[in-house]
Ligand binder design. Structure first.
Ligand code: FES
Length: 123
């Protein structure tokens, strides 16, 4: 899990550091494919890639705010259900060229639960 995903240089501690909030159970994520909740007033979604690795990013599409958690995920890419803009769920990068990127959050797993950083990754 998280094999090529290193957020340590963004200064996040472990799940007990106060940098993270418990987001949900990994088993629930595997069942539902996405988990969603507000973090400090902003909706955040956790997505699973094709290998079952979780990634967290803002939930609203940069076009007109559609819920990306209702989009289809394939090959690390979520497609917006409304007008089909695309984003990489691992990097938050927009694949649709005229879209801004999405904010990513750091993510951890401990004892079967998913934890997501309270603040986005700053790069
Ligand atoms: S709202 Fe997502 S592409 Fe239009």
């Amino acid at each position: 899990m998280f094999d090529d995903y290193d957020d340590s240089y963004d200064g996040f501690g472990d799940v007990d550091s106060g940098d993270f909030i418990k987001f949900g159970a990994m088993a629930q994520l595997r069942e539902k494919k996405t988990l969603n909740r507000k973090i400090i007033g902003k909706w955040v979604s956790v997505f699973l890639d094709d290998d079952g690795n979780p990634y967290a990013m803002e939930m609203s599409c940069k076009h007109q705010g559609a819920n990306l958690a209702e989009g289809k995920v394939a090959n690390e890419v979520v497609t917006c259900p409304r007008h089909f803009w695309k984003y990489n769920i691992r990097t938050g990068k927009a694949i649709t060229e005229y879209s801004p990127d999405l904010r990513r959050h750091a993510i951890r797993e401990k004892d079967g639960d998913i934890y997501v950083s309270l603040r986005p990754i700053l790069r």
